[in-house]
Design a binder for this molecule. Structure first.
Ligand SMILES: [Zn+2]
Length: 214
């Protein structure tokens, strides 16, 4: 089984890489963001609780995430492996994940850590917009002053999500730093963590990741 975990601050580009590697290796991409959004859409009690904390820029409580992740990783669609993105975010979650992994396979987790400077991340995220017509996420830095949505062609339909406001970003990065540094140490004690410079071009990062995992 190939169990790959993407680690890195919000905005570092791990979602993008997880999607690319997922399609190249034909493994399901398990994004906690997607799992949470689905729970929120369904308005399950887990979803409602999660939404309240996310709106404050805080992390979703461990017990909620544990339930959601356990269900997903034990699903038959993950029998050849999976790519996990955005989890674990605490040492407790890392320990819980390890017990789940031990049940489903003898293979080790491969941890890919994407690293970038805080200023670069804040700049990237504060330029992020969502097209309110189609939901596409774009970065104004790459639109070259055009306000046309590259996905649906609508003009001037971009809005800034609450998640991408600068104060929320800074709060998220602070929380990330505080709560996830211990997770990084946890994985550094195991010998299967690989660090990659997240400021490299997207295709170079993908190449490095594929060399590690294949
Ligand atoms: Zn659009």
């Amino acid at each position: 089984m190939k169990m790959i975990l993407f680690f890195g601050a919000p905005g570092v580009g791990k979602g993008t890489q997880a999607k690319i590697v997922s399609s190249k290796l034909n493994l399901p991409h398990i994004s906690t963001g997607d799992i949470l959004r689905e729970a929120i859409t369904k308005k399950s009690w887990l979803g409602i609780k999660a939404k309240e904390t996310m709106n404050r820029g805080e992390l979703v409580p461990d017990d909620i995430m544990t339930h959601l992740i356990d269900d997903v990783l034990k699903d038959p669609k993950c029998k050849k492996g999976f790519i996990l993105d955005g989890y674990p975010r605490s040492v407790h979650q890392a320990e819980v994940l390890q017990t789940i992994v031990d049940v489903i396979s003898d293979d080790p987790l491969i941890v890919i850590s994407l690293v970038a400077d805080v200023d670069i991340i804040v700049d990237r995220l504060s330029q992020r917009r969502m097209c309110k017509a189609c939901g596409n996420i774009v970065n104004l830095n790459f639109l070259k002053n055009s306000l046309k949505c590259p996905s649906c062609g609508s003009i001037d339909t971009f809005i800034k999500r609450k998640d991408d406001e600068e104060d929320v970003i800074k709060n998220r990065l602070e929380i990330f730093e505080k709560t996830t540094s211990p997770v990084l140490h946890y994985y550094k004690e195991h010998d299967n963590i690989y660090e990659i410079d997240a400021t490299l071009p997207v295709n170079e990062i993908t190449k490095k990741i594929l060399e590690i995992v294949t």
